[in-house]
Design a protein around this ligand. Structure first.
Ligand code: F6R
Length: 241
């Protein structure tokens, strides 16, 4: 696991975009794994800016998102499909047919199995972008998730429900279940790029990088991956020794 402590969230986004640009320069039809949440928004803005400067094209790229809420229709304003359309897909030249996000309205068991098959049939993920939960989750693999887990339905931890409630209106239905790629699914990506910014992530970053490999911090499983780059800002990296 390689760790870069960048000076600012903007620099985190720029260094992450450099990695993606480098991958697409040698492999135009790369398969990207993508995340939602606040952290990758700056990266997506940087990718959009580079696309507008003709530095990047996504015409041949395929994407697989990590997760989706169970019970939300793709067109629901809070679905991760809607998030990705607004934050990235509608603003670059990607072919919509090449963007994959689990459908939260399909039978979760069948959807999960079909998602794994789709990833495999397209040759696997070349580069997986990850955020980090304050409790150490990656995707929606909450603490105590099996390190061998595959795409499946998961109950969100109370802390995650609390953290994500900021995206929902007061009183609005907030799903407590998600379909998420498993930890073993994530570890099969050929390259992993985990981003974390802000002091709220400092403890999780320390546990992920310096703690023991343990299901109590799902992100610590990345210690086993041969090509993981962690890019954090100085606040998120403040507890690293
Ligand atoms: C989202 C996801 C989650 C987030 C994590 C951090 O697709 O998989 O693991 O990456 O909850 O979220 P933010 O970036 O909002 O702090």
């Amino acid at each position: 696991m390689q760790v870069i402590i960048a000076g600012s969230p903007g620099e985190v986004a720029s260094l992450a975009a450099d990695r993606i640009e480098r991958l697409l320069a040698r492999h135009k039809a790369a398969v990207l794994g993508l995340a939602t949440g606040s952290t990758p928004i700056a990266l997506y803005q940087e990718l959009i800016a580079r696309y507008h400067r003709n530095q990047l094209s996504f015409r041949e790229v395929t994407t697989f998102n990590l997760d989706e809420y169970v019970g939300l229709a793709p067109e629901h304003p809070q679905s991760y499909r809607t998030f990705m359309q607004r934050q990235l897909f509608d603003r670059i030249d990607i072919d919509p047919r090449n963007t994959h996000i689990p459908n939260g309205q399909h039978c979760p068991t069948e959807e999960a199995a079909a998602y794994e098959t789709r990833i495999r049939s397209l040759g696997g993920i070349d580069l997986q972008v990850l955020g980090l939960g304050r409790n150490g989750h990656i995707g929606f693999n909450e603490p105590c998730s099996s390190l061998h887990s595959r795409t499946r339905i998961k109950t969100l931890a109370e802390a995650t429900v609390r953290d994500n409630s900021r995206f929902f209106e007061p009183g609005e239905f907030m799903p407590k279940l998600a379909i998420t790629m498993g930890i073993a699914t994530i570890l099969e990506a050929r390259q992993i790029l985990l981003l974390a910014t802000g002091s709220a992530k400092a403890e999780a970053v320390r546990t992920m990088v310096e703690g023991p490999l343990s299901a109590s911090c799902p992100a610590s499983a990345l210690q086993q991956h041969p090509n993981t780059l962690v890019i954090v800002d100085s606040e998120a990296g403040s507890q690293l020794s």
